[in-house]
Unconditional design. Structure first.
Length: 135
């Protein structure tokens, strides 16, 4: 197995672990942005980020893998209270995922409000970057 494939294998292992912990609780686990757009909500997304490598080495030697963690839900645009409720619920969810899965957070948790694909639904949620040592 090449060094770069560890990044992909780790992603699969992490999404499998999320499915075991949260899939049974009616959360859709998305492994890519396009899978998220075809999925259902509420959803937890774990997307490929970047593998960081050692700058001191002449060969590619990853030292850290970064992934994008997101939690999303659909809200009713005609109901301002629904947006706030879904934002609060998704913030609690992303905190819970980080704690339950023992993820190391690399960036601040940031809000997302967007138009979903497909039927033009509106989604809200939170995103952050998580990291793992490559070895």
């Amino acid at each position: 197995m090449s060094l770069s494939s560890h990044f992909l294998v780790k992603h699969k292992a992490l999404t499998d672990a999320l499915s075991q912990s949260y899939g049974e609780k009616s959360y859709f686990i998305a492994k890519s942005e396009s899978e998220l757009s075809l999925g259902s909500f509420p959803a937890i997304g774990l997307f490929l980020g970047i593998p960081e490598h050692s700058k001191e080495s002449r060969t590619y030697a990853p030292i850290r893998f970064n992934y994008i963690l997101c939690c999303f839900d659909v809200y009713d645009i005609d109901n301002p209270d629904d947006l706030l409720t879904k934002q609060q619920t998704m913030f609690e969810l992303i905190e819970g995922v980080i704690s339950t899965m023992s993820f190391t957070v690399l960036t601040d948790i940031e809000p997302i409000v967007s138009i979903g694909t497909g039927e033009g639904s509106f989604i809200t949620g939170w995103t952050t970057t998580i990291e793992f040592k490559a070895n």
